[in-house]
Design a protein around this ligand. Structure first.
Ligand SMILES: C[S@@+](CC[C@H](N)C(=O)[O-])C[C@H]1O[C@@H](n2cnc3c(N)ncnc32)[C@H](O)[C@@H]1O
Length: 404
């Protein structure tokens, strides 16, 4: 079987070595950088028609191991899949129904895993979304502070304003906005573990009078026009197509007339949402973000516009997310022993594949990420935004600049 595989795949010249349980091995190209140690011989049959979800699954089921960089392994697996299977003509996946219970379970599965585990590979502020790299060699910590500042500048935050942070994570943006811009922040999350640590950090920094964080579903926000600005970062991926109208209607309802809404989130490659990446999306949906859905930018803009939010600025940060995920993946790889003491082997393997796979996917344009800024127009249709974007970049040294 090994010889047969080598014959059929040799022409691809992959930098890949396959090793069998008995110790036999075959190189599928010169100077292999990646070694797949096959523990289950039945896997060799499956390698004839590989897909990224089945290879990822075999890895988390410990039917094989990877020696070498997991990022390189994803690249090799993709080339193998590209050569041997076609998936681009599949239709779009069905849209999931989303209710409070299923969403709460999905969020707990991912975010309540272990705060200490996340702290091993995120930046010190534990920002769990795409950074903003002014230079490719910026550190992750710097890129995240720059991202927080980029958001605050786009939102034109001013001292004394009220900011709603929907999906506040571990509170990095709330702390930055309160400290550097003097705003009052109300942050909501569905993760109990995030909330616990975020509150501890707010208290430790003496920000309790400016930041209120709570466990709350966005559907349970009450009141009307309570906030000058609303921000949602890395959260709308959990909303689902079916709930996009309700989600944006709630954001619209919460912000004051003339106020700004920023939606920062991952978007689909194709307008119809058909899969890309040879099974990568199926792996993410099954093992990483259950019930996650990626609308296309056009779908998001339509859903915002339909609710009366006027889209005024859109920025793609795709390459920034590829860099961010590379940092996260490298950090996790460098801290594998510590991670193994915090989560079980299965979870560790899932997160290793997910971080490296998403770094690869963003660099390959399998998905995108957009910051969409919108205004709730004043009753007469106007707003107070400046005529140009210059103020975002020229208003003097922001907090991000001081970190350089
Ligand atoms: C990827 S994290 C991003 C966290 C944070 N914004 C950041 O950039 O670090 C997604 C966040 O959305 C929150 N979230 C997801 N679904 C939610 C819902 N239905 N209501 C409130 N928060 C939700 C999660 O609890 C989590 O805090």
């Amino acid at each position: 079987m090994l010889a047969q595989l080598a014959a059929s795949l040799g022409a691809l010249k992959l930098p890949l070595r396959l090793t069998l349980p008995g110790g036999g091995s075959v190189d599928l190209g010169p100077s292999p950088r990646v070694e797949l140690q096959i523990h289950d011989p039945a896997l060799l049959e499956e390698l004839q028609t590989p897909s990224l979800d089945r290879l990822g699954e075999a890895f988390i089921q410990q039917r094989m191991d990877i020696r070498g960089s997991v990022l390189d392994a994803i690249g090799v697996a993709d080339r193998l899949s590209q050569a041997l299977v076609r998936d681009e003509d599949e239709g779009p996946p069905p849209h999931d129904p989303h209710d409070r219970q299923t969403d709460a379970e999905a969020i707990a599965y991912h975010y309540d895993l272990s705060n200490d585990f996340y702290a091993l590979w995120l930046d010190p502020e534990m920002v769990y979304s795409c950074g903003y790299f002014r230079h490719p060699d910026d550190t992750l910590a710097k890129a995240q502070v720059q991202k927080l500042d980029h958001l605050c500048r786009k939102l034109r935050l001013r001292s004394g304003q009220r900011l709603l942070d929907v999906g506040c994570g571990w509170g990095g943006l709330a702390r930055h906005a309160a400290k550097e811009y003097g705003v009052q922040v109300h942050g909501i999350t569905l993760s109990r573990q995030q909330l616990k640590l975020a509150r501890e950090r707010v208290a430790a920094q003496g920000l309790g009078d400016r930041i209120q964080l709570e466990l709350r579903d966005y559907r349970d926000l009450t009141g009307k026009e309570n906030y000058d600005k609303v921000v949602s970062v890395g959260m709308f991926e959990h909303v689902g197509h079916a709930n996009l109208p309700a989600y944006f209607q709630i954001l619209h309802q919460q912000v004051k007339p003339g106020g700004l809404v920023m939606n920062h989130g991952i978007t689909a490659r194709h307008t119809d949402g058909r899969p890309v990446g040879h099974g990568a999306g199926a792996f993410i949906a099954r093992y990483v973000f259950p019930h996650g859905e990626l609308p296309h930018l056009a779908t998001a803009v339509k859903a915002m516009s339909d609710q009366g939010l006027e889209v005024v600025d859109v920025e793609s940060l795709r390459m920034h997310y590829a860099l961010t995920l590379e940092h996260w993946s490298r950090n996790l790889e460098a801290n594998r022993d510590a991670a193994a003491a915090l989560v079980d082997e299965r979870a560790l393997r899932i997160w290793r594949v997910y971080l490296a796979g998403c770094a690869y996917g963003f660099s390959r344009n399998w998905m995108n990420i957009h910051q969409i800024l919108a205004v709730k127009p004043l009753p007469g249709g106007g707003h107070h935004l400046p005529l140009t974007r210059d103020d975002i970049y020229l208003q003097g040294r922001g907090a991000g600049d001081s970190q350089r």
